[in-house]
Design a protein around this ligand. Structure first.
Ligand code: SF4
Ligand code: FES
Length: 250
């Protein structure tokens, strides 16, 4: 396959950027998208040019490190798929693809397709933990939890912190991410003690980082590679309401 690329190249933060055209002349349909970019980069390095900067780590769809826009879609056209798990057979010979970084005020561009997503880390630091010492591992049935509740908590816990939800949202809101982190602890018994303070602190940090508010567009859920449900946002809003109005933020 021959794939034409238009790639956002930006040498550094606050530097001007532009789309630059490249051609990948012999792409195997079995290559992952990032492997295709590796080959393009080998060609650039051989010519003495600066390789395209992009993030990746596990390349198995579990670490959340990779991610950029392909033709305006976060992680590309396949549902529930990270860009590292996207394969070139998803495209046609001769396609022209435009690659751009996540665009959000809270995600400043570092270089090319790499953005600084440490704002998401700071939301976790604000409350995404339990400070209860639960000791050693208990038997699985030591604390009985209804199966539907466990399923909801584990579904929320699948969030890999990739930031695609932010990039897809017209408000650049991180509500899906934040609500997933709030839900997976808030639904379980171990997370009850800090349930109110957690939601207040994490929402406050979300807003302070410059993410926008959720207006129920649903774009986040559509692009999420882990299919995190926007019902988590509704749960976050209910918890926030209860914490601030009923319990006075405690
Ligand atoms: S909610 Fe989905 S899109 Fe957003 S950070 Fe988590 S895994 Fe990525
Ligand atoms: S590189 Fe780990 S999820 Fe893509």
């Amino acid at each position: 396959m021959r794939i034409n690329l238009r790639v956002w190249r930006q040498p550094g933060p606050n530097k001007p950027g532009k789309l630059v055209e490249y051609t990948a002349p012999s792409v195997s349909p079995d290559m992952s998208f990032l492997e295709m970019l590796d080959v393009v980069n080998e060609g650039l390095i051989a010519k003495g040019e600066d390789p395209i900067a992009f993030d990746s780590d596990c390349r198995e769809g579990i670490c959340g490190t990779c991610g950029f826009m392909i033709d305006g879609l976060a992680h590309g056209p396949m549902r529930a798929t990270t860009v590292c798990q996207l394969h070139m057979r998803s495209f046609k010979d001769g396609d022209t693809l435009t690659l751009e970084p996540w665009r959000a005020r809270a995600f400043p561009i570092v270089k090319d397709l790499v953005v600084d997503r440490s704002a998401l880390d700071r939301i976790i630091q604000a409350g995404g933990y339990t400070s209860v010492n639960v000791g050693g591992a208990q038997d699985g049935n030591a604390i009985l939890i209804p199966k539907p509740t466990v399923e909801q908590a584990m579904d929320a816990a699948q969030c890999i912190q990739c930031g695609a939800c932010v990039a897809a949202c017209k408000n650049a809101s991180a509500a899906l991410f934040t609500s997933a982190k709030i839900s997976h602890l808030g639904l379980l018994p171990q997370g009850q003690i800090e349930r109110s303070t957690r939601v207040v602190r994490m929402v406050a940090r979300h807003d302070a980082e410059g993410f926008g508010s959720c207006s129920n567009e649903g774009e986040c859920e559509a692009v999420c590679p882990k299919e995190i449900s926007i019902t988590n946002i509704a749960r976050m809003n209910r918890d926030y309401f209860a914490a601030t109005l009923i319990r006075g933020g405690r």
